[in-house]
Each structure stands twice: as structure tokens, then as C-alpha cells.
Design a binder for this molecule. Structure first.
Ligand SMILES: [Zn+2]
Length: 279
């Protein structure tokens, strides 16, 4: 049994028995982990954090190696990021970031870059004044790149040929197709070079890129379509964040997580750099 200290962002949190909680968090050094915090719902709370969703904490946990549920013995609140809840659109975006991270991240696979992407995105949002669409497309594009599931941007997913200027974006095929493969999805729309270039730049960028609002909106639509196609179950925050009439609805913290499709079909794009098989 090892004792570890880590910085952790709470992705999900559930009440457990009378006074405890179980939670899923993303840590800086140990990847995603599930934990049990005993007695945290008693008054007074002996911990220096309530481990609320979307807060940044320092935790001490016991790694038993025999269970995926680690016992968290200490938690200190580093940043409550309370500002995220002051604006509904911002709260929805923060919830989407957490849910998507949870969906694409396996348990116990350390990815510090992923941790800092989520942390910096949430902190940037909490500061206020961030362009929400630009922040969102950067987060999604960069996250997909880091986990190796980004859409292919220069090769046809039908025949593998290089696509330079005249590609089409197929929702049904999940990415770019060449003119010769257009028969596989006649509804595919021309993909503008500027959109593809920006998407490629976002995948490598440490922070959001300034861009025209129309381009940001087009990118968001393409990435949302890609996520719907790529994920086994739709993200709750993607559905609920776009209610009828455009109203924003806060996601339920108890929604089951979406998961990446386990076995992509033949026509699905091969990740450029798959890092792990996601269960
Ligand atoms: Zn093709």
C-alpha cells in the first residue's frame, strides 16, 4: 500500500452512505482515479475541502493496488473556482470540459498535459472575459489530440489518400473524405482549408487562438458532431447545454459518463497517435 499526494480536479461526486462520498477526479501525476472520502458530509467537516465538482484540491490517498477505489485521507481546497457558477453559459462549458475529460480518460493513466489543459481552461474561464466558443473549440481539439482521438485533417478516412484543398467533411463518416469517396456520404459538406488549418493549429496550441466568431462557431459545430459520432453515449452536457430555444440547462452531476466507442468500425478514422486502448 502506498501513500500519495496529488493535485486533483473533481470530475464527479456521489453521496456514499450517510456521511461519505465517492468521487472521480483527474490528478496531475496519477491520471484519473476514483476515491472514497469518509465522513466528509458530517458537520463540522474535518477536511479542508468538500470536494465539490470542478474544484481544485490537494489530496492524500492510499493506493491499495487491490481496488480501483482509493481511500482519500486528506483533502485541502486549492481553488474553489466559484466564479464558474456565476454565469450559466460558463458553468455549462466547465461541466462539458469535465464530462468530456471523464469520457475519454482511462483510470490510472498519468497524463500531466491533460491535467494542466483542464486546469488552465477552468482557471481561464473563472477569471472571466474569456471567449467561450474559442475556449471550447481549443479545449476539445487539444484534448482529442492528447488522448489520440482527433479527427484526421489531411487524409481521406475512406481511402487514405492525401486531401489538400478539396476535402469534404462527413458527419456520418466522422471526418474528412476526398472527392472520389464522396459517394459514401453525398451529404458531406466542403471543408474549408481555413477551418482545417485552424483545427490543426488548435490541436497543438497551449491556449485558445484568436479567430473570427463565424469560424469559431463552425468549428464548434464540427467538433460537436465529431464527439456525437465518436462517443458511445452522447455527453449529457452537450445535450442539456443546447436545449430547445437555445436555453442553457445545467447538467446533472449524477449523469453516467459517456464513453468512447470501444471498437471503431472499418470506416472510422484511425487515431494518428493512439496511446492506449480505452475500455
Ligand atoms: Zn477517399
Amino acid at each position: 500500500m502506498g501513500i500519495h499526494t496529488a493535485e486533483a480536479i473533481v470530475l464527479r461526486r456521489y453521496p456514499f452512505r450517510e456521511t461519505s462520498i465517492t468521487l472521480t477526479c483527474l490528478t496531475d501525476q496519477f491520471g484519473k482515479l476514483k476515491g472514497l472520502v469518509k465522513g466528509i458530509r458530517t458537520v463540522p467537516n474535518r477536511y479542508r475541502s468538500m470536494m465539490e465538482s470542478l474544484t481544485i484540491n490537494r489530496i492524500v490517498f492510499y493506493d491499495t493496488h487491490s481496488s480501483q477505489l482509493h481511500l482519500i485521507s486528506q483533502c485541502d481546497l486549492l481553488n474553489p473556482l466559484a466564479e464558474l457558477q456565476r454565469d450559466l453559459s460558463m458553468a455549462c462549458l466547465a461541466a462539458l470540459c469535465a464530462e468530456l475529460t471523464d469520457a475519454v480518460t482511462p483510470i490510472g493513466d498519468p497524463q500531466p498535459q491533460l491535467y494542466y489543459l483542464l486546469k488552465q481552461t477552468l482557471e481561464r474561464l473563472a477569471l472571466g472575459g474569456a471567449d467561450l466558443t474559442a475556449t471550447r473549440v481549443h479545449f476539445v481539439a487539444r484534448l482529442l489530440r492528447l488522448v489520440g482521438f482527433q479527427p484526421q485533417l489531411n487524409e481521406c478516412i475512406g481511402c487514405g489518400s492525401r486531401v489538400e484543398q478539396s476535402g469534404f467533411w462527413s458527419i456520418g463518416q466522422g471526418g474528412l473524405i476526398c472527392p472520389r469517396c464522396l459517394h459514401e456520404d453525398p451529404n458531406a459538406e466542403p471543408a474549408s482549408p481555413s477551418m482545417l488549418e485552424t483545427l490543426a493549429a488548435l490541436s497543438d496550441a497551449a491556449q485558445p487562438i484568436a479567430m473570427e466568431q463565424s469560424l469559431a462557431c463552425a468549428l464548434q459545430q464540427r467538433l460537436d458532431e465529431f464527439l456525437r459520432w465518436r462517443l458511445e453515449r452522447p455527453l449529457k452536457s452537450l445535450i442539456r447545454g443546447q436545449g430547445a430555444g437555445g436555453e442553457k440547462i445545467l447538467p446533472t452531476p449524477h449523469a453516467p459518463p459517456a464513453r468512447l466507442l470501444q471498437s471503431p468500425g472499418r470506416a472510422r478514422p484511425t487515431p494518428l497517435a493512439p496511446k492506449h486502448h480505452l475500455a
